[in-house]
Design a protein. Sequence first.
Length: 508
Amino acid sequence: MMKPAFIATLLVILSASALGTVEPRQDATNSSSCIQACSRLVRNTDYRTHFPGNGDLEVWDAKQQEVRSACRVQPTSTDDVADILSVVLDTSCSFSVKSGGHARYPDDSVSVGGVTIDLHRMRSTEVSTDRKSVRLGAGHVLYSMFSDLGRHNLTTVGGRASDVGIGGFVLGGGFSHLSPQYGLAKDNVFHWTSKVLTGTSIKDCPPQYHSGNREERTHPDLYFALRGGMNNFGIVTYFTMRAVEQGQLYSGQKTYKADQRAATTDQAYELTTRWKNDTAMSFYYSFGYNQEADDYDLSVTQTYAQPILDPPAFRELNQIPSESSTLRIDWLTEFSKEVASATPPGGRNLFATVTYSPSAELDREIQDIMAEEIQSVKKAPSFFPNLVIQPLYEGAIRAGKQRGGSAGGTDADSPLTVVLLTTLWNDVADDDAMTTFVNRWVERSEAATRDAGKYHPWRYINYASKEQDPFAGYGEESLQRLRNIQASIDPNGVFSSTGLCRGYFKLR
């Protein structure tokens, strides 16, 4: 049984004081340092160690599936993670950390030639006695999390696709159907308990405590940094998050012919602005290229966080003639599988993002830019580009500010439109062309938002491409604070761009 509500979780962070100097890693696969690390790790029977070709590694993107680590280790506890860290630091072996494995670049969650720390076996779920919080192992994917919580008629501020891991999802922010009411996922981590690795001992780091409307920040810098700072501050092994009573709810997707584009974009604008106070309502809509038909498809995914068919917010949208519909009352687990089925594992993927003030006209212009830019690559095998357009709800912005703000927050006072470009293809020979296509779309889309006077610098880090700099959109004050915190926690730069853990976006 959990200790009182809002007990937290965990974190294993590198300290400062007793690690000594860590040499920047070399990119040589199976370097002697990593062979030495793996030979030490395999002797510890508290966790499982796998070598290339051995085990059941689950990752989403083909580019990461092609990566070969020196070994992969599966801890079951925070103490295991601390022990693994001490080995890779002692041997100066590079490492990556995998929660669900939904990242898109080598070294993000599968280490190139180093040690992959795979949290798959850390999927515990503990509901507090008052049912107001839940302690979740960082190895959960959204499906396993929703399944466990659903047995209690509870949920938390989780995502949409069943195979996404909660580790990167929460640390990067976390859009959810509950965001209009509660904010992003990162705004709903109640209590961070940190442990600092100092040589061979583990030292407690004071937590931030939240209870009702009272917040006592005993470690405000770390609490600020973890909410949007990604993996620059250590390894999160558990999250204690807000628990929300949730049974079945209304959701699903409608598809439309391309000639309904004006009507659907207009309705999306109305939902973002006119219905912003209905915090049970959330939606996103997609504009994708259908390679087989050489045409474009439209879809709108509606969610209402109650078991109500035909909610008032969606009635005008539902009057638009549609091609198909999966709208129904069902469980979150089933909806999350439906979303994930649209992008199965094994393809090559890139993401990119832009943000701007809501505008139906600008939505259509952003779509037109994609349609123009795909012309040079649209014959690539299994090519599927898709624009996902959604609000950063006013309620979500407000909820984040009520929690005291965060590293990944925005100073906006009204809703924003966040656009995700997803690009799928199969052939490695097309990698460079796809990168060029994505970069061109970003360049032209951002120029369009500036020309319209609606540009916003905030970029959702979980949607950004490697060529984008999401930290720059956090604002200079927040960015400098993040860098100062990271330098104080990790002065040797283990979690920096030249350190042992280089994956994802780095502060320095």
